[in-house]
Design a protein around this ligand. Structure first.
Ligand code: SAH
Length: 383
């Protein structure tokens, strides 16, 4: 190890020496979530001066529409009192702040709301508190949790924007000798982390038939943590009612091309270089998430492109309305935000939205888009 190795690299190398190479999932979990030196523990990564920009940071319109989406679903399910409004990985809290502002059109929603934030980063928790405590004065105070499983029972309206892509993935490569797991080892002669293969672990069993059929040379990803989250969301919604909106990037069909990546200062980065200083993500597998949620009996809608969701929810109308009182500079910002959020070459197509509900009615924005899940039990057939 070089003398300049960071404390996180030192911790990773100690673990590799003791336990052997780290699966991609373990590497990702440590690099992002190490309580002292992990990426999210040590910084606010958002914005022009950070590493990446998310949709709620692009424009207030995103959080407003998501807030109205939650409000509509609450009303459509009979306006339960009280209910849990939760976000997984709320970042700076911007989405929730915009959502709560928009939801003021129905004060009863805010009065019945118990706000829950699932966030592991102490730095981001501070940011969220600063922003949200003033906005929730006079309401039930928000609560912070380490994990989805810590949320109290009750009707659940849940948002997850760019959360699932941060959950750890395993990578399996189809070699001429069969499936091998890709792992991160340490080469003592060069003093660097490097890729190697280890025998396939138990999560190989999570590969679906489409992934198994891919040719030699393919690399596939499975995310047990994402499946556990999806199943828990489905279960809670089936049991207590509610609706969930997941927005993230990914495909519905396996491609055999790995998507685990590092981004630093808005540029692609070698994921094994400077762990803890670059964001690590993987595309999410919407098909697998839909199956995990659907197996609980929940209804799954989408994925549909982010552009389609936002246009159906009225983003263009909202932009016109905002433009009416705006300066020329603000108008240009609104136009730029629309392009950023909707354009197929920007976030409009790669980002997709999926909804999980309990009832038969499609949630706003998902008119005829029930997820095509052949294995879903046919609930409408009489026994
Ligand atoms: N939703 C926000 C932030 C996305 S970045 C936005 O759209 O701007 C991912 C967020 O998830 C960060 O807040 C990060 O700290 C949090 N996070 C990552 N892994 C987590 C985990 N396992 N449990 C809880 N929060 C997590």
């Amino acid at each position: 190890m070089t003398a300049a190795a960071s404390p996180l690299v030192e911790a990773l190398v100690r673990r590799i020496r003791a336990d052997g190479p780290l699966t991609v999932a373990d590497y990702m979990a440590e690099a992002l979530g190490h309580p002292e030196h992990g990426y999210y523990a040590t910084r606010d990564p958002f914005g022009a001066a950070g590493d990446f920009v998310t949709a709620p940071e692009v424009s207030q319109m995103f959080g407003e529409l998501v807030g109205l989406w939650a409000l509509f679903n609450w009303m459509a399910t009979g306006g339960p009192v009280p209910f849990n409004f939760a976000e997984l990985g709320p970042g700076r809290g911007t989405l929730l702040a915009d959502a709560l502002r928009a939801a003021r059109i129905r004060p009863a929603f805010l009065d019945a709301m118990r706000l829950h934030l699932v966030e592991t980063s102490p730095t981001l928790r501070d940011r969220q508190q600063e922003l949200l405590l003033p906005l929730t004065a006079g309401l039930e105070p928000p609560e912070w949790h380490d994990a989805l499983s810590d949320l109290p029972d009750g009707p659940l309206f849940l948002i997850a924007n760019e959360f699932f892509d941060a959950l750890p993935v395993h990578q399996y490569e189809r070699t001429p000798a069969g499936w091998r797991e890709r792992a991160v080892g340490f080469d003592a002669t060069t003093g660097r982390l490097h890729w190697q293969h280890v025998p396939a672990g138990a999560t190989l069993g999570l590969l679906d038939p489409g992934q198994r059929a891919l040719p030699v040379g393919s690399i596939v990803e499975v995310a047990p943590a994402a499946l556990i989250h999806a199943a828990e969301i489905g279960q809670r919604i089936v049991q207590h009612g509610g609706a969930t909106l997941i927005v993230d990037y990914g495909a519905s069909v396996p491609t055999g091309v790995p998507t685990f990546q590092a981004v630093r200062r808005h540029l692609r980065h070698d994921p094994l270089d400077t762990p803890g200083e670059a964001d690590l993500t993987a595309h999410i597998d919407f098909g697998a998430i839909a199956r995990a949620a659907g197996e609980t009996g929940a209804r799954v809608w989408g994925p549909i492109p982010q552009r389609v969701l936002l246009e159906r929810l009225g983003i263009r109308e909202r932009a016109v309305q905002l433009g009416e009182n705006a300066t020329a500079e603000q108008k240009a910002d609104i136009e730029a935000a629309l392009v950023r959020l909707l354009d197929a070459t920007q976030m409009g197509n790669l980002f997709k939205a999926m909804a999980i509900t309990a009832g038969d009615a499609p949630p706003p924005g998902f008119a005829a888009d029930e997820h095509d899940m052949p294995s879903r039990p046919k609930r409408d057939i009489e026994p």
